[in-house]
Design a binder for this molecule. Structure first.
Ligand SMILES: Nc1nc2c(c(=O)[nH]1)N[C@H]1C(S)=C(S)[C@@H](COP(=O)(O)OP(=O)(O)OC[C@H]3O[C@@H](n4cnc5c(=O)[nH]c(N)nc54)[C@H](O)[C@@H]3O)O[C@H]1N2
Ligand SMILES: Nc1nc2c(c(=O)[nH]1)N[C@H]1C(S)=C(S)[C@@H](COP(=O)(O)OP(=O)(O)OC[C@H]3O[C@@H](n4cnc5c(=O)[nH]c(N)nc54)[C@H](O)[C@@H]3O)O[C@H]1N2
Ligand SMILES: [Mo]
Length: 667
């Protein structure tokens, strides 16, 4: 059998961005493996993407455009031609704009394949020119992003390669053993060299199990833990006076807000030992280089923005910058300053809709109402808070929903029109890593399945059907790719074309405050950004306590699992879905391993088996994110229990503020 091996890269929503080596035969993918082209991902890949060919050939794969023939939610469709589908969608967009105004059209999208070609290209042009509502893409990273922008202007951060230089590694609200596996070997190497490891997480993650110190905080309380560390640094003289003087502003205000947070007070709020916090603070104060890996687990709650800001402020107050392996590690997606000017946007501002409030947008009275919902690169029926309200909205007969996706997702089941999308194995893209710093070419390794098309092709077709395209603009996928390459800084575009590895001017592993500096107006760290203070619901660094609830005493968190990337690949059958609960909580409810349970609150309930494990702190229960409706007993996922309230800063999602009760289901 004749086999080809093709080099490409994985653009999916994960920090790592693996270089791939894909073997094909007779036009089909035989196997997917890692390649060593990207030195950081070093030849190994996750078990999910290893199975990505199962998505390419999935029975749920959308192969043709189709229109709804049954009730919404039933996924019953009848095939139409692309011309018919484009004409129909264009007609409905035109009609909605004429009748209700452009803002009655809501594009709904997030990362999807997460590359530079498949988002913010022709799609951006189309919806801007329609004067559609704009989407605040807040389902992830909004609080952390707002904090990182205000404090540091999103300065590039410590990359995986440099963890080996650290003497102390703090993994705060991240689980790289699942959510960015290529960081783990660097942490292990550092520890072999004598580095200490601290993990702040309500769960005993694989890294927490081996850590020198595990701080099993109650979800949503990271802010007070970080403030207690700040207080200690300031009060013991361990704060870096010289650095604070020359490189920061606002330290006094931060110190003032941290003032009340003694170890004892913070420990009682966070549900941990004061002595543990003291050990953590002493270790942090005395270790150099020290790096804090700030994950996204700490942001997904009402205190998320202030928590991220307080954690990110630690290396400034502690004087941890300026050495290799010291500082903070966060998303490096903005390491490349990418010129999007070619999107050519001169359209007036329109209504901004927060994506976390989709359910309300679709069900409450709005002016204008949302009449056309265009979903792509996203699966909100299972990934966005308040699932039941969203499903109610999607069921509205007067709502025209387009879903452009690779498979019949739970969202697609509600569509009036489905449009089939290519996967990253069938199209071009440019993949950006957000852990390490890298840019890689993604290229098709097999032909598009059925009549599936890429995002630039489909949005380009809609632009032209609506007469909204303009001369000289890129048409379709290849021209869009070329435009993206031209818009990259320096020689990056040429490098990619010539199969060289592009690097930003400061290299692939910058040292903070040596190679890179805050991208704030004065190049200083703003430890107390006024805009965050006045923009926050309660003020920056001010803790919002959990609303006391006797009825719903358990905190439900829903972190990444090793089975899906968000909900992508959630269509693969899985038997392991269970609610994880601590033995003490199970005993208090007389529940045994494998019991059929219902986890519920006022927003909804999820039925699934129970798994009793001492890997989560008492009072906290875990159900993974990214489940499909078919993964549970009653078609609800963790998002059915997640409130659609917004975080203090950045208007982010509060998935981990779900407060629940658990009871046995008697069949
Ligand atoms: N396999 C896999 N990898 C992924 C993804 C995936 O779905 N699957 N998703 C990708 C995406 S989109 C993202 S944003 C990243 C996210 O990757 P991470 O930053 O790792 O974020 P999460 O998986 O949400 O949660 C990480 C940890 O935070 C803990 N946690 C929950 N609440 C709190 C809290 O209040 N405080 C603290 N300190 N910890 C808390 C959880 O127990 C969990 O162990 O991963 C990416 N990588
Ligand atoms: N319970 C709970 N839920 C969560 C979270 C949580 O912590 N708890 N965290 C959340 C996080 S971190 C994130 S980032 C969000 C992400 O949530 P979503 O953005 O909804 O991510 P996915 O579920 O992966 O859906 C992406 C969809 O895009 C499609 N797609 C991929 N590539 C393309 C393409 O090129 N073209 C088109 N048209 N479609 C494409 C995929 O098939 C997939 O259906 O989920 C959030 N959901
Ligand atoms: Mo995310």
């Amino acid at each position: 059998m004749h086999e080809h091996v093709v080099a490409t890269a994985c653009p999916l929503d994960c920090p790592d961005s693996c270089s791939l080596s894909v073997t094909t035969s007779l036009g089909r993918v035989v196997s997917l493996d890692g390649s060593r082209v990207n030195p950081v991902t070093d030849g190994f890949i996750c078990s999910k993407v290893r199975r990505f060919n199962e998505r390419v050939e999935s029975p749920l794969r959308l192969k043709y455009p189709a229109v709804r023939i049954g009730p919404k939610g039933n996924a019953a469709f009848s095939r139409v031609t692309w011309d018919e589908a484009i004409e129909l969608v264009a007609g409905r967009l035109r009609e909605a704009r004429a009748t209700w105004g452009g803002e009655s059209i809501l594009p709904f999208y997030y990362g999807g394949s997460n590359g530079l070609v498949t988002q913010d290209t022709a799609d951006g042009r189309l919806f801007r020119r329609l004067r559609a509502s704009r989407l605040a893409r807040t389902v992830c990273a909004a609080p952390t992003g707002a904090a990182a922008e205000a404090l540091y202007g999103k300065m590039p951060s410590v990359t995986y390669e440099d963890f080996g230089h650290a003497k102390l590694i703090v993994v705060w609200g991240a689980n790289p053993s699942v959510s960015g596996i290529h960081l783990v070997p660097f942490i292990q190497a550092a520890r072999k060299g004598g580095a200490k490891l601290v993990v702040v997480d309500p769960r005993v993650t694989p890294l927490a199990r081996d850590a020198d110190l595990h701080i099993p905080v109650t979800p949503g309380t990271d802010l007070v833990v970080a403030l207690a560390l700040h207080r200690h640094l300031f009060d013991t003289g361990a704060a870096a006076a010289g650095f604070l003087e020359s490189h920061t502003i606002g330290a006094d205000r931060l110190r003032e807000r941290a003032g009340d947070w003694t170890f004892e007070r913070a420990a009682s709020v966070a549900g941990v030992q004061a002595s543990t916090l003291r050990s953590f603070a002493d270790l942090y104060a005395s270790s150099n280089p020290a790096v804090v890996r700030c994950g996204w687990g700490l942001e997904r709650n009402r205190n998320g923005g202030s928590a991220a800001a307080a954690v990110l402020a630690l290396p400034a107050v502690g004087g941890k910058f300026g050495v290799r392996g010291g500082g903070y590690a966060l998303s490096n997606s903005s390491a490349w300053t990418i010129d999007r000017g070619w999107i050519g946007e001169d359209e007036p501002d329109t209504r901004v809709v927060n994506m976390n409030l989709l359910g309300r947008m679709l069900t409450e009275e709005m002016t204008p109402p949302v009449k056309v919902l265009f979903v792509y690169n996203c699966n909100p029926a299972v990934t966005v808070p308040n699932q039941n309200l969203i499903l109610r909205g999607l069921a509205r007969e007067d709502l025209f929903t387009v879903v452009f996706d690779q498979v019949t997702t739970d969202t697609a089941a509600y569509a009036d029109v489905v449009l089939p999308a290519t996967t990253f194995l069938e199209s071009y893209d440019v993949a950006t890593a957000y852990g390490p710093i890298s840019l890689q070419m993604v290229q098709p390794v097999v032909d598009a399945v059925g009549e599936s098309r890429s995002n630039p092709d489909v949005f380009g077709a809609l632009l032209s059907a609506l007469g909204l395209d303009r001369d000289g603009e890129p048409q379709g996928e290849l021209e869009t790719l070329l435009n993206v390459l031209v818009g990259l800084p320096g020689t990056a575009g040429d490098d990619l074309r010539n199969q060289r590895r592009p690097l930003p001017p400061f290299g692939s592993a910058p040292v903070q405050f040596v190679d890179v500096f805050p991208r704030t107006p004065d190049q200083k760290v703003d430890l107390f950004p006024e805009a965050l203070d006045s923009g926050s619901t309660v003020g920056l660094y001010r803790y919002i306590p959990d609303a006391p609830s006797g009825e719903y005493p358990l905190a439900l968190i829903s972190p990444s699992s090793d089975r899906t990337i968000n909900s992508t690949l959630g269509e693969l059958p899985r038997k392991d879905v269970a609610l994880v609960m601590h033995p003490l909580d199970a005993r208090a409810r007389s529940l045994e391993e494998g019991a059929s349970i219902r986890v519920f609150n006022d927003l909804g309930d999820v039925r699934c088996p129970l798994s009793i494990e001492p890997t989560v702190r008492p009072g906290t229960v875990v159900l993974p994110k990214g489940l499909w409706q078919s993964s549970t007993g009653n078609g609800s996922t963790a998002t059915a229990l997640a409130p659609d309230m917004l975080s203090d800063i950045g208007a982010g999602a509060c998935f981990n503020d779900a407060r629940v009760q658990v009871e046995r289901v008697v069949n």
